[in-house]
Each structure stands twice: as C-alpha cells, then as structure tokens.
Design a protein around this ligand. Structure first.
Ligand code: FAD
Length: 372
C-alpha cells in the first residue's frame, strides 16, 4: 500500500498533524517508537502553560491565535476539557525588556491583561510574594493545558477519522525515492507520497540541523497551605534580575510543579539522556519557589526529566526539508515553548503535506540552513 502521508513521531506536533491529515480524508499512517503519550520525549509531566503575552515575540501570534481555536474545536469534538483558563503571571523586574516585550505582545494580541504591582498581585493571589520593583503581567485568558490528554485525544480522533498507527516501531531511515519517500522501520519498509518528520529531539537522526538537545527537569513540592490551587494561584513565568527564567504550575493534585527554563546541560543524543535526578536538579527550583511562592515550597515530592530541542534562534520550524523538498516536511523543534502552539503546528504541517495553502503565515518558521 502507498500512503498519502506518513508521520514519523506522534508527540505533540505529530499527533496533531496525524489528526489534521486524517480529517482531510487522505490515507495517513503515524509511527512512533514508543506508545504515545509517553514520558521519554518532550511531551509529558501533566501540564503546559499557554499564553499570548508572549515575551518571545509577536511573530508567534497568528499561530497562537489559530492554536487556541483548534484546541477549542478539539474540546468540542471530543467533549473533553483541554484548556484551563486560570490566567498566567509573567513576572519580572519592572523596567525589564522581559515585561516590556510581554506587554507589547499582549497589546498586539488585543488580549485581556493587567499589569500588577507586588501588592496588587498578592491581593489577588495571596500565595505570591513578588520582590519589590518587580511587576506581574496577568494574561487573563491564559492558563494550563494537559499534554498527555491532548496527545491521547488527537490520536483517538485521528483514528476515528481513518488514520492508522504503528506504535513500538522505530523508523531507521527516511529516503526520497523519485516522487515518493521510502520509510524503513525496524520491521518493515513503507512507501508514501509525503512524509512529515515530527521526531522531536530525535529529528537529527534524519536531518542535519543545528539543533541542540537540552536536558531539563521539573520538580513537584507539597504546598503548605490552601492558596496554591489553580483557581487562586495561576501558573507563572519568572525572570530574575540576572535574566534567568523559571516557570511553575499550580497544584493539580500531585504538588506544585516548577522548572528552570534554558538552564540544562546539552545532551549528545536523546537515547543518552541522563534520567537520574539529584539534588542539583531540585535545589535551584526549590529556591525559586521558596522566594516567589513560599507557601508552595513544602515537602519535595518528585522530579521528572524531559528534553528541549533548541534551534539557534529558539524559533519553531515548520517547512519542507531544506525549504524546497516538497515530499518531506519537517516539524518543529519547538525550542522548549512549543506545546501551546502544537495544535496549529500540526495543522500547518498537514497543509504543507496536502499542498493546501497554510492556514497562517509560516514565513518566520522556515528552513534556514544547508542540509550538509
Ligand atoms: C519540561 C518541559 C516543560 C515545557 N513547558 C512548556 C510550556 O509550559 N508551554 C509550552 O508551550 N511548551 C512547553 N514545553 C515545550 C513543549 O512541551 C515541546 O515543545 C513539545 O512537547 C515538543 O513536541 P514534539 O512533538 O516536537 O516532540 P515529542 O513530543 O518528543 O515527540 C517526538 C516523538 O517522535 C518519536 N520518535 C522519535 N524518533 C523516532 C523514530 N526514529 N521512529 C519512531 N518514532 C520516533 C518519539 O518517540 C516521540 O513520541 C516544555 C517542554 C518541556 C520538556
């Protein structure tokens, strides 16, 4: 059988692409080396923050707008709650570019937001204790989303729309062959007209791309009081005086989750990721939490290990391979901030594979390197 589209990797981006290709009626197969959702890649650990007051830049807004509406369509189709709009606080030194950029983006996105002083933030959310001379930008419609449930829902509805899946199959090679692409797995050879590569941190097994893999961890702590639930303590992104970023998500039942953003060591290959955690993973995030939300920084509960796939510019990648091979499409290294947009990233990848006009402008996310 020749497939219209094969998707390699069914995490955040691939499960969404599978769903969108399947909805078009095309013959599509998704392959994953594990059984997604799983905790070996970049899409696990119970929560991801979504927000539009995006200090990372306004170029993401069209994709983010589209992503919100696609998550909401999936919620309607599946009768499943995916997004929890409890708000998100972007916290930084009052005069920092971090806060200014988030505010510029909030204005351009035309979202509901408030700029809060430390006292105002604490009045609204008693557990937060912002340092003096800091501000919090409250993105009112932001919140958290549960990655495992999203992947599960996309895979389930992709299959309802006719997609086939192979789990526990590792793709060992992807080669263009005439007008088609040959996919070799550890058990069979398959042929497709188009291939979408959404292999996350493993994507360098297929394409030469200047991407770095970063080991990152999240740790959970038992709150000491009643003020750390999603309704009275929204997620945060924090930038300190030195420009170090961290983030946290309220207690969803397993404790208050906190992580450092872009502070981890580089990993040579995802199969070599050090999954053993130590005090070096836990102490720095405990300090962040104890200073910012002391009530959340109780007993240590657990740590999980994850990976960021970072491009040099920390942008997403959504394009044909080398920007011009029409049969192989490469999806999103995501650089540690891609989950919220993955509904729209998957749809855009599907549109490239199906040769439909992309639903949003993808020019910021194009291929920029020589595939040497
Ligand atoms: C700790 C952490 C916190 C984060 N927080 C946020 C956040 O708050 N908000 C946000 O928007 N983003 C966040 N992100 C980023 C976001 O989660 C990722 O950008 C996104 O999940 C990446 O998805 P992906 O589909 O690219 O990769 P993955 O989900 O890892 O999927 C890749 C898949 O490809 C499969 N695969 C690889 N190679 C092969 C092969 N050879 N054969 C078959 N299958 C293969 C893998 O098994 C895997 O299932 C965070 C990331 C981490 C790690």
């Amino acid at each position: 059988m020749i497939f219209d589209v094969i998707i390699v990797g069914l995490g955040a981006s691939g499960s969404s692409a599978l769903y969108h290709v399947a909805r078009s009626g095309a013959k599509v197969l998704g392959i994953d080396q594990f059984v997604p959702p799983h905790h070996f890649g970049s899409t696990h650990s119970e929560s991801r923050i979504y927000r539009k007051a995006y200090f990372e830049g306004t170029q993401y807004l069209p994709l983010l707008n589209r992503a919100y509406s696609l998550w909401s369509s999936l919620e309607n189709e599946s009768s499943t709650t995916l997004m929890y709009p409890v708000g998100c606080l972007t916290i930084g030194p009052s005069d920092s570019s971090f806060i200014k950029q988030a505010q510029t983006c909030a204005k351009e996105a035309n979202i509901n937001y408030l700029l809060l002083s430390p006292n105002e933030a604490q009045k609204r959310y008693p557990a937060y204790q912002l340092p003096d001379n800091y501000k919090a930008l409250l993105d009112i419609d932001a919140g958290y989303i549960q990655p495992e449930i999203c992947v599960q829902t996309y895979l389930r509805y992709a299959s309802i729309h006719g997609a086939k899946c192979l789990f526990g199959n590792t793709v060992t090679s992807c080669v263009a062959s005439g007008n088609q692409v040959k996919i070799i797995t550890d058990s069979q050879t398959l042929v497709s007209n188009k291939v979408i590569l959404t292999a996350g941190a493993w994507i360098r097994d297929f394409v030469s791309i200047p991407m770095e893999i970063e080991r990152v961890t999240n740790s959970w702590f038992q709150p000491n009081g009643p003020n750390c639930t999603p309704s009275n303590c929204p997620p945060f992104i924090f930038c300190d005086d030195q420009g170090n970023h961290s983030y946290g998500c309220p207690d969803l039942g397993a404790g208050f989750k906190v992580g450092l953003h872009h502070k981890g060591p580089t990993v040579s290959h995802p199969d070599n990721l050090d999954r053993i955690t130590t005090l070096y993973d836990v102490d720095p995030v405990h300090r962040v939490l104890a200073n910012l939300i002391p009530e959340a920084a109780g007993k240590y509960l657990k740590t999980s290990v994850c990976m960021y796939s970072n491009l040099p510019d920390h942008l997403y990648l959504i394009d044909y391979l080398e920007g011009n091979n029409p049969n192989i499409i490469v999806g999103s290294a995501c650089s540690g901030h891609g989950f919220k947009a993955s509904s729209a990233v998957g749809e855009s990848l599907a549109s490239l594979a199906l040769e439909h006009p992309p639903p949003v402008d993808l020019s910021s996310f194009s291929w920029k390197w020589n595939n040497g």
